[in-house]
Design a protein around this ligand. Structure first.
Ligand code: AMP
Length: 249
């Protein structure tokens, strides 16, 4: 069984992002970039399926600029067998990514496509759902447990106030939640071995997809700065301030 995993190159989660001076976007110049954390969980899940003898091949795919190759090499070092880079300098919005992923899925014919539930840069939480809809396949989003059966997959989903388990017929699209697994630490020999694994290139034009953006970002702003607090001498003063100044009592 083949598994296709989508991995996005994003600003590293440890970086405190800055907004560009003109408020047009986030500044990514000279900023550390890494694989989207939810996509690491997606790769890890695919690798565990392979280790359990349930998956036979893992194909990692990334769309975007040349440096996405680094993200794909990380996926290969984690255990993916080969990689596909849909190379473009164009801005890619979730619908465009979903259309590209659909074309890759049609060519590769995997039984499972695994994505992160959201990319930590755009926080869109759309690509998995759109990909499933475009393919006409079942979708299991926010997966915290994945159990592969014969021709189907049971997905436990984190929903408000509890867990929901759904059974999907294959092929299906899954998106990963934080508690699905803990991605492995990549060891140096695996990083070296990953350099020799196949990484194929394609482009939106090759796949016949128009990636023109449908949305325009009007403004990006930092959260309002919090003003400094004051120290109160005792509980009575606190109560008086809450009553008379904050007027919350
Ligand atoms: P989003 O809908 O943008 O929050 O992204 C959800 C998931 O879609 C990510 O966790 C990735 O698995 C996948 N994805 C989004 N953009 C890309 C991209 N450019 N290349 C590969 N995968 C992507």
């Amino acid at each position: 069984m083949k598994v296709l995993v989508a991995v996005k190159r994003v600003v590293d989660y440890n970086v405190k992002v800055r907004v560009k001076a003109d408020g047009s976007d986030v500044d990514v110049a000279n900023v550390k970039m890494s694989m989207n954390p939810f996509d690491e969980i997606a790769v890890e899940e695919a690798v565990r399926l392979k280790e359990a003898g349930k998956a036979t091949e893992i194909v990692a795919v990334s769309m975007g600029v040349k440096q996405c190759e680094e993200t794909l090499r990380t996926a290969l070092a984690m255990g993916a067998d080969r990689a596909i880079h849909v190379e473009t300098d164009a801005e890619l919005q979730p619908l465009a990514v979903a259309k590209l992923l659909k074309q890759v899925a049609v060519k590769e014919a995997p039984q499972l496509v695994i994505l992160g539930k959201q990319a930590i840069d755009d926080d869109a939480n759309q690509t998995g759902q759109m990909t499933a809809a475009l393919l006409g396949w079942a979708q299991g989003t926010f997966a915290s447990k994945v159990e592969l059966g014969d021709g189907s997959v049971n997905v436990t989903r984190e929903v408000d106030g509890g867990l929901e388990t759904v059974k999907l017929s294959l092929p299906a699209v899954l998106t990963t939640d934080l508690r699905l697994n803990e991605p492995r630490y990549v060891k140096l020999p695996n990083i070296m071995a990953a350099k020799k694994k196949p990484l194929d290139k394609t482009s939106p034009a090759d796949l016949g997809v128009d990636v023109t953006p449908r949305l325009k970002t009007l403004k990006v702003a930092e959260p309002a700065k919090r003003s400094a607090g004051v120290k109160v001498a005792n509980a009575a003063e606190l109560v008086a301030k809450l009553k008379n100044e904050a007027k919350v009592l």
